[in-house]
Write a protein that binds this ligand. Structure first.
Ligand code: PEP
Length: 254
């Protein structure tokens, strides 16, 4: 399975700064890396058009993702950005159900599911995030919670419509905290999710990737990313630092 590294820039950088960071990253990557690893950047909505235009014009291999997408298709939903609008910009991916959206913006499993449907209907690859709180982990209740989140997110998805899905295990206690999950913990969860998904009719082994996110850094990336079970990483903080991000990408043994 081709590995994927996704940089989630969150609410950082204006569009001029985002262009600079994209170009810096592009100059720092060798062709064989870009050919063998999918590299995706998720800037704020205001930078999507600028970055995608550069990617298209200069035929870059780096791909662009949105950080979110509306649960609605069109109409009286002030402030929302729809999957079809993103599709028109050639955006190929969208992060969906990030824990910051679930906790800070009350995003329910039902909303996440609508967003996944809208993305797939518009040929946008959903990067579906899920993961447990520290409390659920400490009480050893994390697996049922995660399986429930995953099942809800893909409810009603039909195999014939799915080109690709990315499942991102992001334990809430590991996001932005410097507390990375152990490789064993990440493998345990991703194996359980993979087993669950493989029992569904929409599962297509070659098109679904299972990745980890949460305080990934150059120090811990080598072990995590060279596991056969972990198909890549969703990187927050370290993706804003080109040197660190490139080190993470280069820690994958080709
Ligand atoms: C994230 O926000 O998806 C994330 C993984 O953040 P960080 O790498 O900073 O923990």
């Amino acid at each position: 399975m081709k590995k994927i590294i996704i940089g989630n820039w969150k609410l950082n950088l204006d569009h001029l700064e985002a262009i600079q960071l994209l170009q810096k990253l592009n100059y720092s990557l060798e062709v064989d890396i870009e050919d063998n690893i999918d590299i995706v950047l998720a800037p704020s909505h205001t930078s999507l058009r600028s970055l995608q235009t550069i990617v298209d014009a200069d035929k870059l291999k780096i791909k662009i993702s949105s950080q979110d997408v509306s649960a609605y298709q069109s109409g009286a939903f002030t402030g929302e950005v729809s999957a079809s609008q993103l599709c028109k910009l050639n955006i190929g991916y969208s992060i969906i159900g990030h824990s910051e959206r679930r906790t800070l913006f009350n995003e329910s499993d039902e909303i996440v599911n609508l967003k996944v449907h809208n993305s797939i209907d518009n040929k946008i690859v959903p990067i579906i995030c899920f993961g447990e709180s520290e409390e659920l982990r400490n009480n050893n209740e994390y697996l049922p919670h995660i399986i429930n989140q995953v099942n809800s997110s893909v409810k009603g998805i039909r195999k014939d419509k799915v080109e690709e899905i990315i499942f991102a295990y992001e334990p809430i206690w590991a996001i932005g905290t410097g507390k990375v999950a152990s490789t064993e913990d990440a493998i345990e969860v991703l194996s359980a999710v993979k087993e669950e998904i493989s029992s569904k009719p929409y599962y297509d082994q070659d098109k679904i990737r299972f990745i980890y996110g949460g305080s990934v850094s150059p120090t811990n990336a080598t072990e995590l990313l060279n596991s056969k079970i972990i198909d890549g990483a969703l990187v927050g903080g370290a993706s804003l630092d080109t040197e660190k991000f490139v080190q993470i990408i280069k820690s994958i043994k080709l």
